[in-house]
Design a protein around this ligand. Structure first.
Ligand code: NAD
Ligand code: UFG
Length: 349
């Protein structure tokens, strides 16, 4: 597994930075391309501090073909892990063009440059959002796909593009067919146990865990719980929260699977990365208070538009084919979220 060089797009971001730590610890050389539109260079400095290894960094936009080609000219990549993208559901409804341009166009440019340099091993960050409002839970990879907002549609479009690319290999005589792992993340939370890297959202957080953490640290006054009339055990929404370090390790397992694939079985496959357990919003609030000893003030408000009642994974395909499983529990997620938030009340600023 060592002596391989991985290009990590979006590597300065939340999931990217945690994956960089795991890659460096496993002996990979990594090159990060990030335009820092939603992250800070400090995250990569902290990655270097944790691992005592070096990150090669290029501040560039993946839509800039010349800049990307210049990076590919300077390094031989064995694979690409592609995190770079915009991810705020609400913002995507207000600025769909920005999302299609950044996520879909950005991915197209990346794929074109990869093809030009004959780098055809790819791990792509998709999302459980591509399952839309599932008829049943737990969710399996072969469930119908749909998307209800522009962000989700960009993930679905990119997945379709990747499947088309892989199919096209059966017509051509390309030296090395595409080999692609699409990873569908459920709800990443938590932080590295060092408390040095974590999630640093811009402005008021949209997501539950950073919101709870900012109430705890006194930056926000109280949590609004979006709906207590869902058909769930306590009426609040149920999600599959996964520790970001478990998620990061899933990328290494996916790379391992790509690298061990025979030439005639290179393909494009999707995998759920979730724990298989669903927790409600109240479960999360109570767990946070239990682990940290801090009370979280909350009020119930109307449902948030576009939210679904329940979403959790069947992770058995990832267990069977990637030999991946989660190690961390809800208490680890709460402890590490709080360690990051309390040590870095202003994030990386
Ligand atoms: P993040 O915003 O922290 O990281 C994304 C990184 O990509 C940022 O550092 C940003 O500066 C960079 N970036 C964005 N557009 C770029 C561009 N055009 N060129 C170069 N760099 C660019 O987000 P994250 O939570 O780490 O998410 C990583 C990936 O995982 C995203 O593709 C996201 O859609 C996906 N995902 C995230 C979640 C989640 O809840 N966090 C869930 C499912 C899927
Ligand atoms: N919630 C609240 N109050 C808040 C924030 C969230 O009650 O202030 C609730 C939501 O209603 C939901 C749960 O907490 O029931 C989780 O909400 P998040 O916003 O943290 O996460 P979502 O499941 O809505 O969406 C996340 C990402 C999406 C991704 C999806 C599936 O934000 O980008 O997980 O991976 F697509």
């Amino acid at each position: 597994m060592t002596n391989k060089t991985i290009l990590v797009t979006g590597g300065a971001g939340y999931i990217g930075s945690h994956t960089c730590v795991e890659l460096l610890n496993a002996g990979f050389t990594i090159v990060v391309v990030d335009n820092l539109s939603n992250s800070k260079i400090e995250a990569l400095k902290r990655v270097e501090r944790i691992t005592e290894k070096t990150v090669v960094f290029y501040q560039a936009d993946i839509r800039d073909k010349d800049a990307l080609a210049s990076v590919f000219n300077q390094h031989h990549f064995d694979a690409v892990i592609h995190f770079a993208g915009l991810k705020a559901v609400g913002e995507s409804c207000q600025q769909p063009l920005a999302y299609y341009d950044n996520n879909v166009h950005g991915t197209l440019v990346l794929l074109q440059v990869m093809e030009q340099f004959n780098v055809t091993d790819l791990v792509f960050s998709s999302s459980a959002t591509v399952y839309g409002d599932p008829h049943t839970v737990p969710i399996k990879e072969n469930f119908p796909l749909s998307a209800t907002n522009p962000y989700g549609k960009t993930k679905l479009h990119i997945e379709e593009i990747l499947r088309d690319l892989s199919k096209a290999d059966s017509f051509g005589a390309k030296k090395r067919p595409w080999n692609i792992a699409i990873l569908r993340y459920f709800n990443p939370v938590g932080a590295h146990h060092s408390g040095l890297i974590g999630e640093d959202p811009n402005g008021v957080p949209n997501n539950l865990m950073p919101y709870i953490a900012q109430v705890a640290v006194g930056k926000l006054s109280q949590l609004s719980i979006f709906g207590n009339d869902y058909p769930t055990k306590d009426g609040t929404g149920v999600r599959d929260y996964i520790h970001v370090v478990d998620l990061a390790k899933g990328h290494l397992k996916a790379l391992e699977a790509l690298f061990s694939c025979h030439d005639d079985s290179r393909s494009c496959k999707a995998y759920n990365l979730g724990t298989g357990k669903g927790y409600s919003v109240l479960d999360m609030v109570n767990a946070f208070s239990r682990v940290t000893g801090l009370a979280i003030k909350y009020q119930f408000v109307d449902r948030r538009e576009g939210d679904i009642a329940e979403c959790y994974a069947d992770p058995s395909l990832s267990a069977d084919e990637l030999s991946w499983q989660t190690d961390k529990n809800l208490d680890d997620m709460m402890r590490d979220t709080w360690s990051w938030q309390s040590n870095n009340p202003a994030g990386y600023a």
